[in-house]
Design a binder for this molecule. Sequence first.
Ligand code: FMN
Length: 152
Amino acid sequence: MATKAAILIESLTGNTWKAGEKVAGLLSQEGWSITGLNRMREPDHAAIQDADMVLLGTWVHGMFVVGQAPWGLATLRSLPAMRDKKAAVFCTFALNPGNSLQKMTRAAWTLGADVIGGLALSRSKLDEHCEIFAERLVVASPATSAPTVAAP
Ligand SMILES: Cc1cc2nc3c(=O)[nH]c(=O)nc-3n(C[C@H](O)[C@H](O)[C@H](O)COP(=O)(O)O)c2cc1C
């Protein structure tokens, strides 16, 4: 059965939104069904409810080499509960994401999600890094890792 994913994005200048769209396209090509691509501030509750996995993306802010944090952690923490969902996190950055992924992972845990991993995507290599992220998601997806029934 195809994995169903909802994607929630926080984006200021468009990079993270673009990454969300790119990953959605790549996953669709792999047979995934995207239940929604929405701003984190305007989550589509039905799309989240319908999904097996939720992808949470935001951008890194700070002083470029120190004090980095994912933007919108409070928004992430106030998303609907995801107790029966897998989740994966990603952030876009310019120089150094610091420990933004760990912070996002902890925030997603508070929603009850089973966070399977995440990736920091450099804004200067966005397409390449989106491809790596999508590939890893496909490998880790519940559908792919489900036991296959051997033909008689
Ligand atoms: C105010 C501000 C602070 C930023 N601080 C950092 C930083 O500390 N480290 C870093 O690698 N990138 C930093 N960036 C770059 C953004 O993380 C990067 O451009 C990101 O892709 C923006 O995503 P968006 O286009 O979805 O808003 C900063 C950008 C802004 C606007």
